[in-house]
Design a protein around this ligand. Structure first.
Ligand SMILES: [Zn+2]
Length: 314
């Protein structure tokens, strides 16, 4: 009998990376897609079945080869994407700060009223167009150096509605805080968002400046918030399968042909300069802590076992 050795991949803090949980959720998601007659269901099921890692000098694992389905809602791919986006974003923010040491960071959250199945996609499209318009308003654009934005959708399980909101991290010139002709209060941001969205109600808008003395931690938190999952898998993988199917179908439609994260102005330029534009590469997550790999390093192969529901070293 062959001994199965369970695969583990530890972070530098000694925490196991959630490969198993994400693969199990991936299989539930693949099953939903199959039931909903999505053609990509079989591809999604094959996502991350065989993982090849190289051992780093200090004994950690760095993924170097696998096949990812890249489906937006795939829990494995969403996890890799969010890791990659937050690592890249941190590099971009550091560079922006280096180029403009007096620049300031602001976190902006833009939302609108909850929507339902049939209006989620058009509402998301409208928000995308409106935010571009917002950044063109003179008072906003004149001090805006760079920005990055992402859209998050949460599910209200009580009434089946969706809340879509945008996380924006803004980099502004220090002039932004000087005088009422530059400074934009929360009430004013709300007014501008309402105007850009052409709303007949007051939307929820929140704006916070990153405090200079603790900016490093705040920025890290903000970068993670902006780059995090668009939808938590716990929102479409629940105990209620019928409901999950409806939610999965709605989210598939709403997220198709949209971008998880987009960069503007200076951030876009820096991203290009740092050559961080390979969005589809979910193997290399650009983690600066993962770079100590030898080219002839030992290789570890982990395979998903459908019967035993876990990854094993092969
Ligand atoms: Zn995937």
């Amino acid at each position: 009998m062959i001994e199965h050795q369970v695969f583990t991949d530890l972070t530098k803090n000694g925490k196991p990376r959630p490969w198993k949980k994400n693969k199990l959720d991936n299989l539930t998601y693949a099953e939903y897609l199959l039931m909903l007659n999505y053609r990509k269901a079989t591809n999604v099921k094959d996502c991350g079945n065989v993982l090849r890692f190289k051992k780093t000098k200090d004994g950690f694992l760095k993924l170097y080869q696998t096949w990812f389905c890249k489906s937006r809602l795939c829990p494995l791919c969403a996890w890799r994407r969010s890791m990659k986006n937050s690592n890249q974003l941190i590099q971009i923010l550091n560079e922006a700060h280096r180029e403009y040491p007096n620049g300031c960071f602001l976190f902006l959250t833009l939302s609108t009223k909850n929507t339902y199945s049939d209006t989620l996609k058009p509402e998301m499209q409208k928000m995308g167009r409106s935010v571009s318009k917002l950044f063109q308003y003179k008072k906003i654009s004149k001090n805006l150096l760079g920005y990055v934005r992402s859209t998050e959708i949460t599910v209200n399980h009580d009434d089946g509605s969706y809340n879509q909101h945008m996380h924006v991290l803004l980099f502004v010139s220090s002039r932004y805080f000087k005088g009422s002709e530059n400074y934009i209060s929360q009430a004013e941001w709300t007014k501008y968002w309402r105007k850009a969205m052409k709303l007949d109600y007051q939307p929820m808008v929140n704006v916070e400046a990153v405090h200079p003395s603790k900016s490093k931690n705040d920025l890290l938190a903000g970068a993670k918030e902006t780059a995090k999952y668009q939808v938590k898998s716990a929102d479409y993988i629940t105990d209620d399968k019928q409901r999950d199917l409806q939610v999965t179908d709605d989210l598939e439609q709403a997220l198709s042909h949209t971008r998880a994260i987009s960069y503007g102005k200076l951030f876009k330029t820096i991203r290009k300069k740092l050559q961080l534009e390979d969005e589809d590469d979910l193997v290399n997550t650009d983690d600066p802590n993962e770079d100590s790999v030898l080219t002839d390093a030992e290789i570890v192969v982990a395979k998903w076992n459908y019967e035993l529901q876990n990854y094993f070293i092969s």
